[in-house]
Design a protein around this ligand. Structure first.
Ligand code: PLP
Length: 264
């Protein structure tokens, strides 16, 4: 059986983070392994506290899990602290470069609570270096490139630059936070040898209703699961987007009203 590993923060509501990733992995029929990087106290709408796991424990968990499971793909989500990021980087150093790593650069929750300390931004870039895919949303992208990206062509230029700078195979810039449309920008390289970057706008549609918790987590987990199964990157991105779209259409509300994706 194929297996995928999530390295992410715990969301006890089950709507986002590690708990969401595990459900997504199972939906796609891959064995679901998980290493928590942080505990959160949250109700699906507001994050009250973030408690990073001891960095040395993250390192030990990862070393043992990687050798026990040998995942076919890895998804990295919330990392909370600089020390955690550095230890994830250390643990992944011996990883076979053929294993695809999808990084969702989680910086803050939708209510604005920081989910990664600012001094970790440099280490996050180190961690992203040379990986298969980075999936920032628009605000995260603006922070990563230290620039406002008001127009689509600004985003294209910034994405190409970041792709080259971090030697990424691809970047998926999620447009859900934009005002005029919700298109995503997929930037990848021409040919297998890592040629010039190519931009493609994937049409997105903003679905009616209040926000749904955990969509970014589910998207990156779905891409990782599909890559673990051996799908190509573009196909994985397209199928994962369709899956999240269905999950939003069929979202249900928790007892407190917070809306979560349908993972089935
Ligand atoms: N909690 C955890 C553990 C997460 O990883 C994330 C997002 O990545 C969130 C909360 C934020 O979810 P939302 O953006 O829906 O608030």
């Amino acid at each position: 059986m194929h297996s995928a590993l999530s390295i992410a923060g715990s969301d006890p509501t089950g709507g986002a983070g590690l708990q969401a990733d595990l459900q997504v992995f199972r939906h796609f029929g891959v064995h679901a392994a998980a290493v928590p990087t942080a505990l959160t106290i949250q109700d699906g709408s507001h994050v009250q506290r973030v408690l990073p796991v001891f960095p040395s424990v993250v390192l030990e968990q990862l070393r043992t899990t990687l050798s026990a499971v040998r995942p076919h793909a890895i998804k990295i989500g919330m990392l909370a602290s600089d020390d955690v990021v550095r230890n994830v980087l250390l643990a992944l150093a011996p990883l076979d470069p053929a294993v695809p790593v999808v990084i969702d650069p989680v910086l803050a929750s939708s209510d604005g609570t920081p989910l990664l300390e600012k001094r970790a931004y440099g280490s996050l870039r180190d961690l992203a270096h040379g990986r298969r895919l980075l999936t920032p949303n628009w605000p995260e992208m603006e922070i990563l490139v230290s620039a406002d990206l008001p127009r689509k062509r600004d985003a294209e230029a910034a994405a190409r630059e970041l792709l080259d700078e971090l030697v990424l195979d691809a970047l998926l810039l999620k447009g859900g936070h934009r005002e005029d449309d919700a298109d995503d920008l997929f930037v990848t390289r021409e040919g297998a040898g890592g040629g010039a970057s190519v931009c493609e706008w994937l049409p997105g549609e903003r679905l009616p209703g209040p926000p749904v918790h955990g969509t970014g987590c589910a998207l990156s987990a779905a891409i990782a699961a599909l890559l673990a199964r051996g799908e190509g990157l573009r196909e994985a991105v397209l199928s994962a987007r369709a899956y999240v779209r269905r999950g939003i259409e069929q979202a249900h509300a928790l007892a407190n009203g917070a809306r979560v994706l349908d993972f089935a």
